[in-house]
Structure formats: C-alpha cells, structure tokens
Design a protein around this ligand. Structure first.
Ligand code: SF4
Length: 313
C-alpha cells in the first residue's frame, strides 16, 4: 500500500528546487503525492500531472540514454541511421500525444507524453524546424558516443558492473533518507573502477557533485575503495570528456554535505518521522522571471503572474 506521505528521500535536484523556490518544492514533492489516485483532490491531481511535463531537451536526453544503455548491452554496432529513425519516430509520437491526446494524458500522465511547450503554449512544434533540429542534434550526440573513449574501452573487453538500472531505483541511505543514484555506467579496468555520466546538454557546475555522489553510491553499495574510482563526464554534444579523481576524504565530505541539507529540508516538516509537511503557506513562493518562466507549477501557483515573464526581475 502506498503511504499517505512521501518516503524520506534526498536528491540533488530536490535540494536545488527547494533552494530556488520552496513553493515549487512543496508542489513537486508533497501536493502531488497521491495525485495519481482518482479520489485525490483536483489540485493534487493537477500537481501530479504537472510533475510529468517534459521539455524537448529532457525527452531527447532520456531517449539517448536509453539508446546508449541498449547499445552497450547488445552488440555496440554503429548504426546511426536506424538510431535517428527510431528517435524521430519517438518524437513524432510524443508531439502527437502532446497535441492530440490531452484527455488521455490527463487521465494517465505517466504513460503519455506532454511537452511543456505545448501545454503552456510557448512554442508551436508543428511550425518551427523541430524535426530538423532534433535530427542534427541526435546525429552529433550519437557520433560522439560512437567515437568516445569510453566506448573504445568497452570494446576492449572490460568488466561491466552496472548499466543504467533506472527501473530498479538504485539508492543508498544517509541517516534514514534514501539517496537515489542512477549511474549510467560503471566498469572495472586494470583494478580501477570507472563511473561514466553521459551528458547530452551543456556542461554545468553541478556535474562534479553528481559524479561524487555516484562514487559514494559505489562505495556504499559495492564497498569499492574510493581511492580506486575514476569519474568521467562524457559531454556528447561537445564531443569532449572530463576525467576526475578525488581523495577518500573529499568524497566523504559529500555525505556530510547531504546530512546538512537534509536538516534544512526537515525545517519544512511538521513531523520528521513520518515526513509530514507544514502547510503550503509555510513554503515561500520565490517569484522571479528566472524562477517562474520554466516552472511546471505556474498554473496552480497563486503567486504566479505573466508579468514576471515580461519584466527584468
Ligand atoms: S510559479 Fe514561480 S513562485 Fe510559483 S512555484 Fe513556480 S517558481 Fe515558485
């Protein structure tokens, strides 16, 4: 049975949402909870639906990750043409679903796609050059994947430890909080463990933290010596990679950092044991053009106003 309140968990993106706008955090973690039930309140059902909106970049990123995980598991055959066809078909289905299957999406948002830009009507996907853009980007991403150092390593017969176990919700614990950690790829070569994070978007200052978190996951779940871990970001759009190594103490600092952030999260709870939030009003709405423009919850947020988008706040 699904519990009345969400499980106790922490993720970097959750923490970032809280820092950016506590109200958006409330909608995305608490108001949405149970919103998949027909008996839930209309506002809660809507909040749940809004968590399922996806951007074009996120959708493409997920498809590329899936493609790469399958390609590594299977034969590693370079066939960009059929990959582009496959991704093009998935996009066509998603665009169709966003425009024509809104009712179906409203009833079952987990199994239909709704693009953010269609829902909030800020881009006409039929009129602009979306198809061409996606094809070009997919081509670049996949070519760089097939030319990547990581793939060369894989073709030399290394031992794979883990590949994108997204469906199994891999995690570890800090205190009694679950820390979800979906490693794209982990393998062993010459007694060293490599953890790979495929990136389809631009480089970000968060990339380093994310990698450190994966190292902690490897340490907690596989008891791997932290000094033997090499972390790699493969930037597929730029066709570059960054190799990082950290000392054991530096990686254990991450655990301390997360513990501190959990304490901050708990300030918003009425009951820390059961994870029961305080009331909505306790979560301040941090309105700004930057925060609100791409917020999934602007439809249900009473503090949102179109005028934020048109000002320079
Ligand atoms: S619309 Fe703006 S203020 Fe409201 S939840 Fe979203 S980011 Fe926060």
């Amino acid at each position: 049975m699904i519990s009345k309140y969400p499980e106790k968990s922490w993720s970097f993106s959750k923490y970032k949402t809280l820092m950016k706008c506590p109200r958006a955090y409330y909608y995305s973690k608490f108001l949405m909870w149970g919103g998949w039930e027909r008996t839930a309140s209309e506002r809660s059902r809507k909040a749940y639906r809004l968590t399922k909106l996806t951007t074009i970049e996120q959708f493409l990123g997920a498809l590329i990750h899936k493609y790469i995980a399958n390609n590594i598991t299977a034969l590693k055959i370079k066939d960009i043409k059929s990959a582009i066809n496959y991704i093009g078909k998935e996009f066509n289905k998603a665009v169709y679903s966003s425009y024509k299957l809104r009712k179906e999406w409203e009833l079952d948002p987990k199994n239909y796609t709704m693009f953010y830009s269609v829902y909030y009507k800020n881009r006409n996907l039929f009129e602009d050059k979306l198809g061409k853009e996606i094809k070009e980007k997919t081509n670049v991403l996949l070519n760089n994947y097939f030319n990547s150092n990581t793939l060369k390593d894989l073709q030399n017969g290394i031992k794979i430890i883990e590949i994108d176990k997204e469906k199994n919700y891999p995690s570890f614990f800090i205190r009694d909080y679950k820390i979800y950690s979906i490693v794209d790829l982990m393998y062993e070569k010459n007694n060293e463990i490599y953890i790979i994070d495929w990136k389809t978007g631009k480089k970000s200052s968060d990339d380093e933290f994310q990698l450190k978190l994966y190292a902690l996951y490897a340490y907690k779940n596989y008891n791997i010596d932290l000094n033997k871990i090499t972390l790699i970001n493969e930037y597929l759009y730029e066709g570059t990679f960054e190799k990082r190594k950290y000392g054991k103490n530096e990686l254990l600092e991450v655990e301390k950092f997360i513990e501190e952030k959990i304490t901050v999260m708990e300030e918003y709870l009425d009951d820390k044991e059961k994870n029961i939030p305080k009331s909505e009003a306790f979560f301040p709405a941090k309105t700004s053009k930057y925060n609100c423009k791409w917020c999934n919850f602007k439809e249900i947020c009473p503090e949102y106003s179109e005028s934020f988008i048109n000002t320079n706040i």
